[in-house]
Design a binder for this molecule. Structure first.
Ligand SMILES: *Cc1c(COP(=O)(O)O)cnc(C)c1O
Length: 493
């Protein structure tokens, strides 16, 4: 007995030696977190890290313990103080959501419960399926469709495109591989398609060239006639047209392909119709703008991104596949160590059968809690609000002679640039890039830049529930001020 007690006393654990201590620290962390989010507007959107912060991350691997309060102090000083900035009301770079406090609580509770969503008979698994069902309902998919929560839109697209490849290959790709596909498959998307589709084609073993980029019209939407021609030419040349990828909200300008026309063409040509809805699928819940994505409900598969316009803390993407068995047949494997039992823990659904991951995090909780708290209608209104704000910004730019729009504004992305009389494209690019960098470095606003049909421009993607119209007024004022300052310092070519 004595020796047994001794051994027990020596067994280590990661649990705290004193729960009261961590409780006090946890309260402090929560207080800090509430203040952090409450006061976000008062801080710069972004700032460069000083040398000592960079150096901090070169510290050697810790071998000895440190008090948790000191560990938190390090995080507060060196990490929390230098964020990317996407929770700030004037962050409009690239395309990402602005998170929310309830979602953060969800992430915390998910980690506390610690469940693995690979599957099994437990509450988190049911909630994961429920959130996927809600996503189906949002985009008008039938309840019988398949779906899975994944890390983000890139993975959600890979899921959809993998099912498309296997469904259209004409051979058992899972057994025989892509080398056995008799006629090379061709996928089609507009020249505005997101880069993750290229990665998907490469990862699927089809190669980048299997993704045909079809030209776009002046609104940056896929040219459906050009697409029809490309399909016919490929068939004549011995390829097998397999899949049309429609984009509901392109990353450059927010253009939305004519999804109804694409659905009809896919049906006519017997192709898979996948919609990359990472930006725009959720417009389907926005009362004033939902008609923009009409036709999305006809897709065979959809990728959407709750960590964008639903503001879930990273990461959360969702892949939906109309034919649930085609979805499952693409990924399901049942090794002997993951067999179901009639009762007990292993009697639930194996959620890993719908994607590439085995272990899966409890992403559903952060989405579920925020949806329950606010209701889906509010999320829809927030999408409408961002679109109205983008129209407001568009109006300001049109009214300002020193600025010009470089693409039509369809949804919440505004592409524009500062004019510079008589300047070459090259000089305009340098000038506008400098404006963008100063806006970031002065902590005023975060924009990104892109090139649309050969013209470089600044780009404001307003996916932000904290943005107010006066933030956009400020953006225009500060862009003009900085433009004047740069022009004054370097008056001519
Ligand atoms: C953001 C985006 C993606 C990639 O999604 P992630 O969540 O960043 O992986 C794909 N397509 C479009 C149109 C996007 O905007």
């Amino acid at each position: 007995m004595d020796s047994l007690q001794q051994t027990t006393a020596m067994d280590e654990t990661l649990d705290p030696p004193d729960w009261a201590d961590v409780q006090a620290l946890s309260h402090r962390i929560i207080d800090d977190a509430v203040g952090y989010l409450r006061d976000v507007r008062d801080r710069p959107v972004w700032r460069e890290m000083p040398a000592e912060v960079r150096t901090f991350f070169n510290a050697p691997m810790p071998r000895e313990p440190a008090p948790i309060a000191d560990v938190y102090g390090d995080v507060a000083r060196n990490v929390m103080a230098y964020p990317m900035g996407n929770i700030h009301p004037r962050f409009w770079s690239w395309y990402m959501g602005s998170s929310n406090f309830t979602g953060a609580l969800g992430d915390f509770l998910a980690a506390i419960q610690g469940s693995n969503l690979g599957g099994g008979n437990h509450a988190a698994g049911l909630m994961d399926s429920q959130v996927v069902n809600w996503c189906k309902e949002m985009v008008g998919f039938p309840a019988s469709a398949g779906g899975t929560l994944v890390s983000g839109g890139s993975m959600a697209n890979i899921i959809g495109l993998t099912v498309a490849r296997n469904a259209k290959a004409g051979v058992d790709v899972r057994e025989r591989g892509v080398g056995a596909i008799p006629r090379p498959l061709r996928f089609y998307a507009s020249d505005q398609v997101h880069s993750c589709h290229r990665k998907a084609m490469e990862a699927l073993g089809l190669g980048n060239r299997a993704l045909q980029r079809v030209s776009t019209d002046s609104d940056l939407r896929i040219d459906v006639d050009a697409l029809r021609t490309a399909i016919a030419e490929d068939r004549a040349a011995g390829f097998k047209p397999a899949c049309i990828i429609g984009t509901a909200g392109t990353v450059n300008t927010g253009a939305i392909d004519d999804l109804q026309a694409l659905a009809a063409l896919a049906a006519e040509e017997d192709l898979w119709f996948h919609v990359d809805g990472c930006i725009g699928a959720l417009i389907a819940i926005a009362p004033q703008n939902r008609s923009l994505v009409a036709g999305i409900e006809q897709a065979h598969s959809i990728a959407l991104d709750p960590h964008k316009w639903m503001h879930a803390p990273f990461e959360a993407g969702c892949a939906l596949v109309r034919d649930a068995s085609a979805h499952r047949n693409t990924f399901a494997v049942t090794p002997e160590y993951l067999e179901s039992t009639p009762r007990g823990l292993a009697s639930g659904q194996w959620l890993h059968d719908y994607g590439l991951q085995t272990s899966r995090g409890f992403r559903a909780l952060k989405i579920w809690m925020a949806l329950k708290e606010h209701g889906v209608e509010k999320f829809g209104r927030l999408i409408d609000q961002n679109i109205a704000q983008a129209r407001h910004l568009t109006g300001l730019i049109q009214a300002e002679p020193a600025l010009e729009l470089t693409a039509p504004t369809t949804i919440n992305i505004v592409c524009f640039r500062h004019r510079l009389d008589g300047a070459s494209e090259e000089r305009l690019k340098a000038f506008n890039t400098e404006i963008m960098l100063r806006l970031q470095e002065e902590g005023i606003a975060a924009l990104s830049d892109t090139t649309v049909h050969g013209r470089h421009c600044l780009r404001a993607a307003i996916t932000n529930h904290r943005t107010r119209r006066d933030d956009l007024d400020l953006l225009v004022c500060e862009t003009l001020r900085i433009g004047k300052e740069i022009a004054a310092a370097a008056p001519s070519d």
